[in-house]
Ligand binder design. Sequence first.
Ligand SMILES: Cc1cc2nc3c(=O)[nH]c(=O)nc-3n(C[C@H](O)[C@H](O)[C@H](O)COP(=O)(O)OP(=O)(O)OC[C@H]3O[C@@H](n4cnc5c(N)ncnc54)[C@H](O)[C@@H]3O)c2cc1C
Length: 444
Amino acid sequence: MRVAVVGGGIAGLSAAFRLAAAGAEPVVLEGSPEIGGKVRQARLGDLTVDVGAEAMLARRPEALDLVEAVGLSADVVAPEPIPSMVWSRGALRALPPTIMGVPSDLAALDASGVLAGPVTSTPLPVPDEDVSVAQFVGDRLGREVVDRLVEPLLGGVYAGHADRLSLRSAAPVISELGPDLLAGAAARAAAPKASGPALVGVRGGVGRVPAAVVAAAGFEVRTGATVRSIRRDGTGWELVVGPTTAPVRERFDAVVMAAPAPAASRLLAEVAPRAAFALAGVDYASMVVVSLLLEGADLPSGTGFLVPPVEPLEIKAATFSSRKWAWLAEAAGGATVLRASIGRAGDTAVLQRDDASLVDLAVADLRSVVEPGGAIGSVTASMVQRWGGGLPQYEVGHRELVRTVLDDVAAVPGLEVCGAAYEGVGIAAVVATGRAAAERTVAG
Ligand SMILES: Cc1cc2nc3c(=O)[nH]c(=O)nc-3n(C[C@H](O)[C@H](O)[C@H](O)COP(=O)(O)OP(=O)(O)OC[C@H]3O[C@@H](n4cnc5c(N)ncnc54)[C@H](O)[C@@H]3O)c2cc1C
């Protein structure tokens, strides 16, 4: 069975990997010059660094299963066990323990000074219908918890706004805390946890995974192969692939659509119109990752810091990468590798700036946070990675939207969808959708 996998991000690659393992013949059609999508590496001075995803959830199996299957298990590494910080009310403060921003230790919260005043809890039932994360938490714990704890933590995953993101889809863990959020968070924090780190990386960078998947499975991958259209052709499919000047028609037995929602929506318009219409409603946050190589930096403790959107800074987070990942510290010698992210959903003006001004912006913000007691040092190399349409926004009602897409697609024989737009944006969740799409394809 020849299967066209549209999109060579981690969703498409994991689908192709599974298809090949099941004896099918996947062909990955990737529009850009490189596979991997948001799992990507670039040069920073003499170093190779991750400029998209840099860690994977270890508390669910899919990402680690894939890493193991492609022979990278020995290179899986835990981040250094150093806590993160939050920039709040004019100072860097220890990030108190929370469940996605809901405080689980009031004494630590008070000691941190992240909030101006104490939190009071108003227990309320968990509604049956979906609501925004901000409404749910704000009604129960007040707006300051939303602004200074939930927003930065949610922002770290979705680069979105708690006022729009869905409780059920973007923060289900909060809805599971029950009517009294503080009691629920404290109980959850006290419950026995799986041993080992929640997140892991790969020595040399998570961006090594896409090439390892291709090397391990040996399926066909074509880059620069933008899929222009797909249509049913008897029992199979005809795809138009390649540059507009020289498109090629090609036949396949099945299609796995692993492109992000806007492209998937366009390509599915004729074959699954209800799915296409729903996918057109998935908004994406664009962002920039500025990677810096620094000499003579003297950074505060921690592996980095988050910035609540109520603070007057452009950066929304900074990761002290060479402190977080021992392999990177070793590769960097005495230098410091730091990455700052800029941009949240709806905030596109900042992305219009040129690279040099984005670097200046990041450095200025970092200085204002770090330099009271430390130093940024001098920038010896920088790399600006723009992620237009970087992260899908799971807005209120997302679960129903996904149901509509999956139901409509399920009615079309030989067509499946997967990727970050559906059931989680993290690598593990995305790999799970790719794997499931492959299994449904093979099962027919
Ligand atoms: C800056 C950033 C940091 C992140 N950090 C983390 C992290 O640390 N940990 C984590 O778990 N997750 C992280 N994520 C999220 C995660 O990386 C992504 O959600 C995931 O990699 C998306 O995979 P995907 O395959 O669904 O989509 P993509 O990676 O977007 O891949 C889709 C591919 O489809 C291609 N395509 C589009 N249209 C067509 C077409 N018409 N024809 C052919 N090809 C097409 C695109 O070029 C692209 O390569 C991060 C995301 C970003 C943006």
